[in-house]
Write a protein that binds this ligand. Sequence first.
Ligand SMILES: [Zn+2]
Ligand SMILES: [Zn+2]
Length: 233
Amino acid sequence: MSTVHWSPAEIEAAVDAYSAVFERRNRGEVVPLRPVFEALASQYGRSTSAYQYRFRNISHVLAVMGLAWLPGQPPAEHVGPTAEATIRQVIEAKNYFGEELVEPTADPAQLERRTRALLLRGVPSAPLGRKEPQRVTTSVERFVRDPAVKAAVLEAAVGNCENCGQPAPFVQEDGTPFLEVHHVKWLAQGGSDTVTNAVAICPNCHRQFHYGIDKEHLATSLIGRIARLVSES
Ligand SMILES: [Zn+2]
Ligand SMILES: [Zn+2]
């Protein structure tokens, strides 16, 4: 290892680079580390192997903080007390690696993002939770929708999911089969509220159309299979 002192700026740059790799890998990207080390090395005039070891030091600090670290960069504890404190400060100051992720939120999208991030980075062993969750009033923008469109689409499905073909998973209290109406081009993306853009599907398929890895393909294939539908993309 180099004996040249690591300035706080250099440590910060290393943590930034580490965090960026972590985020990109979590999104499924293949991120080779060599160019990352080379970029740092050319900026600060140190060997690439020094950064390689620094990454493992960062893993060590994350492990000590109870946070997830970058796979392939096993914690190396010989970091030195000053550098360790600086690495920790940078991680805490920038909210990298999950510090604010455990904050309760009333925003469903934010709740989902934080949940995903915790699953990737490490779930706290004893979540605090709330005995009496706070209530807040929020204002939500909603689409004004046509009940006749919804009814016509449900009727056309005759109790079977228009995607997988399976019968509705259960019968509701009023005796009708439970299916959900989904807009093939989402209303939020400018899709129309019409029978040529709506389908009646089971809850599993519905979730897949919103969150599935292959949701684009699913939508295209559905348009190809149901004559009523007109592509709006
Ligand atoms: Zn289905
Ligand atoms: Zn939907």
